[in-house]
Write a protein that binds this ligand. Structure first.
Ligand SMILES: Cc1ncc(COP(=O)(O)O)c(C=O)c1O
Length: 379
């Protein structure tokens, strides 16, 4: 079976985990600090804090941005549901804006119309690792005095104008949230990190991470804000440290495989039959996923027919993502998926094909041929 994704964990990583387990200190400690320092160096010495997962990272990002009850946050309905769940969790209201039909990210041209006096922040998602136009995003934020919490969960290693997402060398950047969940380009099994602007924000992040606690001296402790339990462990952090070292190497493989997908797919009749390919982008995205859009209306098939055919041939696929506003929780809150028609179509027809560093070109060939033979059945 070819899974849609698979982590690459080498023996050095496995043995480093053993070292932490034997060290006598297994929860948050020196390895978390080391990972944070490495990440901070990578992001131009900006403050970085790690958390137990990307969801907690985003939620703390929203709290640091001052988002709370009565506020609105503009976001995309095509994301992992945690993006809008955390907006609800801090007591604010997610406002869904339709997506761009090519990038599948929030359509920045539609954001201005969605801004109200209650709007506090914009939360863009970089689906499959492809960022939005950061110049446009930050000029909107500046014009309307909004905070930005970038859901860069999938965008570790992605770039905008040749600068890493999360760094702010040439463009503006506000709060940037990454996930290290098992499927991501670098993983700590579960985990995440937030890139911030100031030492004050980092101090608040640290407090929100563990029960609002500030320690001083040998026995001093104060609590002045309601925090949670969101710390990353050293066992997870040491995996992250090793993955970070290999991130560039992983990315080279992902890029080569994405090129291979394009050249193989263009040798088939799939595009003629209406298959939509992802943007041919080899400057910005980290190729976290290779996603196609199925021409369901013209082929009169369902996505699950295609997924089942591929599964029968030993090929795993994924759906990232169904439209959030169609989930019962959101319908019950009054959201309607037909308010964002492009997202509605993409949510029903997007399909993630396998892509991970150890996938081979022969497997790409098998996947593409299998997709073509599945389509033929439904023409
Ligand atoms: C776009 C997006 N946002 C948020 C998250 C949440 O990250 P985590 O699963 O680490 O909580 C994920 C990861 O699954 C994601 O893909």
């Amino acid at each position: 079976m070819i899974p849609f994704t698979k982590p690459t964990l080498d023996e050095a990583t496995i043995s480093a985990v053993g070292d932490v387990l034997r060290s006598g200190w297994i929860t948050s400690g020196p390895k978390v600090l080391e990972l944070e320092n490495e990440l901070s160096k990578m992001f131009g010495n900006r403050p970085v804090k790690c958390f137990a997962n990307g969801t907690a990272t985003m939620e703390i990002g929203l709290r640091i941005a001052g988002v709370g009850p009565g506020d609105e946050v503009i976001t995309t309905p095509i994301s992992w549901v945690s993006t809008s769940n955390v907006i609800l969790a801090v007591g604010a209201k997610p406002v869904f804006v339709d997506i761009d039909p090519v990038t599948h990210n929030i359509d920045l041209n539609l954001v201005e119309k969605a801004i109200t006096p209650q709007t506090k922040a914009i939360m863009p998602v970089y689906l499959a690792g492809l960022p939005v136009n950061l110049d446009e995003l930050y000029s909107l934020a500046k014009k309307f005095n909004l905070r930005v919490v970038e859901d860069a969960a999938q965008a570790m290693g992605s770039r905008w104008k040749n600068e890493l997402i999360g760094s702010s060398f040439g463009h503006r950047s506000d709060l940037v949230s990454f996930s290290f969940q098992a499927n991501k380009n670098m993983t700590s099994i579960e985990g995440g990190c937030l890139v911030m602007n100031t030492p004050e924000e980092a101090t608040l992040a640290q407090k929100l991470r563990i029960q609002g606690v500030t320690r001083s001296g040998l026995d001093g402790m104060e609590v002045d804000v309601l925090g949670g339990k969101h710390n990353l462990t050293d066992v997870n952090a040491v995996i992250g440290i090793h993955q970070l070292k290999q991130l560039a190497e992983f990315q080279i493989k992902r890029i080569a495989l994405a090129h291979e997908y394009f050249s193989q797919l263009r040798n088939t009749r799939l595009i003629e039959w209406g298959l939509e390919l992802p943007p041919h982008n080899f400057s910005d995205t980290n190729w976290h996923m290779f996603q196609v859009v199925l021409p369901l209306a013209s082929l009169k098939i369902t996505r699950s027919n295609i997924m089942q055919d591929l599964k029968d041939l030993g090929i795993g696929t994924g759906v990232h993502y169904p439209i959030i506003s169609d989930f019962k929780l959101y319908r019950d809150l009054g959201y309607q998926s037909d308010e964002t028609p492009i997202a509605q179509r993409i949510g029903k027809s997007i399909l993630t094909l396998p892509l991970f560093p150890t996938l081979t070109f022969n497997e790409v060939s098998l996947i593409v041929k299998s997709l073509e033979s599945s389509f033929k059945k439904y023409l």
